[in-house]
Design a protein around this ligand. Structure first.
Ligand code: ADP
Ligand code: TYD
Length: 203
């Protein structure tokens, strides 16, 4: 099973992805916990190219190509082999992040994102948790955390509002695999709901 976590910065995705991996491992499952951009040596190199430097370092189109290239490498080297070996893969962000960030934030490029996805990736997760949070809360949480990336950290509240609305629309569009989770609650409460939804999907 291929599980992804999506949502705006500071929603609690990384925390929840880690807690789900720990809970499933404690239950005897073989779990690979990974993230995007990154998750394989080559994709981690591309991560630096897309997350560091000036905001206008890449054109919107080049940025889509870089995220897609990173994802292709991650899929080939990490995700596909793990799934083929019967392991559970939990990934912190995946193609839905490109649909939102590259597809919506600098003009409407969703069509291009989807075309490249079907050409080069062609695989959707089995289950996607959308951790939903008020953007002001997410921004405050993200700022309180060490080592945030340079290029996307100054997106601002208005853009985070657009991303949040976009993710909610995406959850509607792909309703079979999306599970909407309220991330404003205490960490353990969110984790318990995610674990029970995952158990139901595994059964
Ligand atoms: P994301 O991966 O979505 O950007 P993180 O999991 O890194 O979010 O969480 C961002 C910050 O908020 C971290 O400092 C984390 O400890 C904190 N955090 C995560 N979940 C919660 C929660 N439910 N309540 C309060 N703080 C949280
Ligand atoms: P991430 O390390 O997950 O940061 P955070 O924990 O703050 O959510 O992601 C880094 C940034 O990369 C984040 O702002 C979203 C952006 N991103 C894209 O723009 N497109 C993508 O396809 C992915 C996977 C991430």
């Amino acid at each position: 099973m291929f599980i992804t976590f999506e949502g705006i910065d500071g929603s609690g995705k990384s925390t929840q992805a880690r807690l789900l991996a720990e809970a499933l491992r404690a239950g005897g499952f073989d779990v690979v916990l990974t993230r995007e951009p990154g998750g394989s040596p080559g994709a981690e190199e591309i991560r630096r190219l897309v997350l560091e430097g000036d905001p206008d370092r890449w054109s919107p189109e080049t940025e889509i190509l870089l995220f897609t290239a990173a994802r292709r490498d991650h899929l080939e080297r990490t995700i596909a082999p793990a799934l083929a070996a019967g392991r559970i893969v939990i990934c912190d962000r995946f193609a839905d992040s490109t649909r939102m960030y590259q597809g919506l934030s600098r003009g409407d490029l969703r069509g291009l994102v989807d075309q490249l996805h079907s050409l080069m990736i062609g695989r959707e997760p089995d289950l996607t948790f959308l951790v939903d949070i008020d953007p002001a809360v997410g921004l405050a949480r993200a700022k309180g955390r060490q080592g945030t990336e340079e290029r996307f950290e100054d997106m601002g509240l208005a853009m985070q509002e657009r991303m949040r609305a976009g993710f909610l629309a995406l959850a509607h569009e792909f309703s079979a695999r999306f599970r909407l989770v309220n991330g404003a609650r205490p960490t353990e409460e969110v984790a318990a709901e995610i674990l029970s939804l995952t158990r139901a999907a595994l059964a």
